[in-house]
Design a protein around this ligand. Sequence first.
Ligand code: ASP
Length: 714
Amino acid sequence: MKRELYLFLLILIAGSQILRAEEGMWIPMLIEKYHIEDMQEAGLNLSADDIYSINQDCLKDAIVIFGRGCTGEMISGEGLVLSNHHCGEGAIQSHSSVEHDYLSNGFWAMSRAEELPNSELSVTYLRYMKDVSEEVSDGLIQGMDPQERQRKIDQNSVEIVREAIEGNHFSAQVKPFYYGNAYYLFVYEEFRDVRLVGAPPTSIGNFGADNDNWMWPRHTGDFSLFRVYADGDNQPADYSLDNKPYKPRKHLEVNLGGIQEGDFTMVLGYPASTSQYLHSEAVRSMIEESLPMKIGLRSQRLGIMDKHMLGSDEVRIQYSHKYRRVSNAWKKWQGMILGLERNHVVDLKKEEEAAFQLWVEQDDERVMKYGELLEEFSELYKEMAKYSVATDMYGESVMAVELFRQIMAIRSMMMKGTDTDIMKSGMDRFFKDFHRPVDVDIFAAMMEAYEKEMPALYHPEFFAEVKKKFDGDFHAYAEKLYSKTVFANKESSAKFVETWSVDQDKAQAIFKKDPISICLDQFREIFALNITEENRRIEGKEEQVYKAYMAALLEMSDESFLYPDANRTMRLSYGTVKGYQPRDGVVYSPATTMKGLMEKRKQGHADYLVPEKLVSLYEDKDFGLYGVNGSMPVCFIASNHTSGGNSGSPVLDAEGRLIGLNFDREWEGTMSDVFYDPDLCRNIAVDIRYVLFIIDKYAGAGYLVDEMDIHTAE
Ligand code: ASP
C-alpha cells in the first residue's frame, strides 16, 4: 500500500515537473552544461558562448545592474543604456520641479550637452563569475557549531573577494545558492557617471498606473534612456565634463522585425528574490496572515499619500516615486494571494512533502540525514509565528514613517563620522521630497495600527503619554512631536549639520535628546530586548533546515532541473511569446496595439490620459518605420520566468536581438515568485518598436535611433 502511494506521488511530482518545464531562472555560466540543447531545440540560434563567456564578448556584456534594483541593457556603441521608466523614475523625479515637470511632460536631451548627470545612479557590469563552493567550504567540519561554521564561511568569502579585486578596480561578491549548498563569486565593474537622456511623460511611461499595474492587456511605454560615461581611457570615473560616452564591450542589436505567437524569447537580467522551495506552512502563513496584514497597512499609507498628492502639484511630484514604490508590492501581494489560493499551493506543497518523506524512508542513509526534517519544519514554524508578526509590523508600520527612516540615516552617518558636506547633501535630498503633513498623517495612522495589532508588551513608552496627555489621539501627538523635533524642519536640520561640523559631541547630545529620536529608540529597545536575539537564533535554524531540505531535493531530483532561487545575480530564463487563459471562457492574445490604448483613453479614467501629440500620431497613422499594416504594436507577453529586479531586462529573440523591454508580470501569475504555473505566468514587455516610435516620432529624438544597430525584417 505504502509503495503504491509512493509511486503515485512520484508520478505526481514528475508530472508537475513536466508541466512546469518553462519554469526556471538559470545561472548563465551553466547554460553550456545544462540548457543549451533544450534552448536550441526551442528555437535559439546562438551558442552558449554567445550568451555567456569569459573569453569573448557576449550578451552578458551588454547587460547591467541599473541603479540599485533594476536591469538595463546597452543599445549603442556610445554608451546608450535602456531601462524602465519606473527604474529611471527616481532620477527623472530628482530633476523635476513645478517649473520643469519632467514627470508630466517628459524629458529629451536634444544633444549630449543637455544630458543630465545623476549623482545617485550607477550601472554595473558582470565581468565574470566562478563556482567557489569548495573554497568557501574550506575548513568546515562535520557537526561544527552553526555560528562558528558561518564565521568560517564569511572569512573564506572575504579572502576570495580580496583575491578577486586585488590590483584592479573591480568589486566582488560571494553569494550562496540553493540555501548555501553552493557558492559563486561575482566580479563586477561599476560606472558612476550615468546621465539622463530621455524619458516619456508619465502618461506614456506609466500609462494605466495603478489600475493597470500587474495586469494584462497592457499599453504602457515603460522605458527611459540614459548614457554611461567613462574617462579618456574608457574606464569608470566620477562625473566630469571631460568624460566621454562609454564604449561597451557589447551592445544589443535592435530587431524591428516584430514578434509572432510561438517565437522563442529569452530574458537576461537580475531577478531579486524568489522562494520556490518554501514549506507548506510558510505559504499558508503568507497567504493567511503576513500578506493581509501588510496589505492593510499599505492601503492606509497609500490613501494618505493620495489625498495629499491630489491637493498639490508640488506634493504630487515629491511623492510620485515613493507612492509607486509602496503601491507596487501592495498590489502584487493581492494578486499573489489570489494565485496561490486558486492553485491550491498549500495542498500541493503538502503532497510534495509527503512524497519527499516516502522517498526518505526508502533508504537508511537518507533516514539518517533527512528523517527528521519535516518535524523540524513544524517546530520551526511554531516558534517563528510570534516573531514574524512583530517583524512584519515593524517593517510596515514603524519603518513606514519617513522621519524614523531619516533618524536612522542620520544615526548611521554620525556613527561613520560622515563629512559635513555629505551630511548636508543627505539632508537636502531628504527635504526636497518631504512634506511634513503627509508624514504626520502616516505617523498617526501607523502608530494607531501598531497599538491595535501588537500586545502591550511591545508598546513603546510614548504610547502611555499619548493616552494620558492626548486622550489617545495619535494625530494630535504627532503634530506636537513634529513641531518639536529638530529633524522635521529644513532650517533646524541645517543648523544641526552646522553644529556637527564644529562640535560632534554636542550634535550627538542634541540627537539623543530629540523627541523623535527618543520615540524610535523606544521601539529599538523593545525589539532588542524581546525579539532581535530570538529572531536571529530562529533565522539561523531556518537556514540550516532549508539547507538540508534543499540538499535532499537536489539529491532527489535532477540538478539540471532545480534552479536556485533568485538572489540579485544574473540569470537567464527562456520561453516563447504566448497568450493565456486567465479564466474559463476567456483567452488573452499575446500582443497589444495603440488601438487598445485609445479605447482605454475613452474610459476617461485619470490613469488613462494620453498626450495630445500621441493622439494625433495615432489618428494620422503616422507610425514611421515602426507600425505594421496601419497599426502600432505596444506590448507583448511571453512565458519567461521573471521577478522583481528583472524590470528593465531585455527580451531577446532567437538571435539575441532586442525585441522588447521587460517591465512587469500579469495578475494571474504574480504568484510566480513562490509558484510558477506555465499556463498562467507571463512576463510583460513593451515592444521595442513602440519604444523607438516614442523616441523618434513622439519626442523627435530620432538622432538617438541613428546611434543604434537596427535590424528590419527582410
Ligand atoms: N514590475 C515588476 C517590478 O516592479 C517587475 C516584476 O516583478 O515582474 O518589480
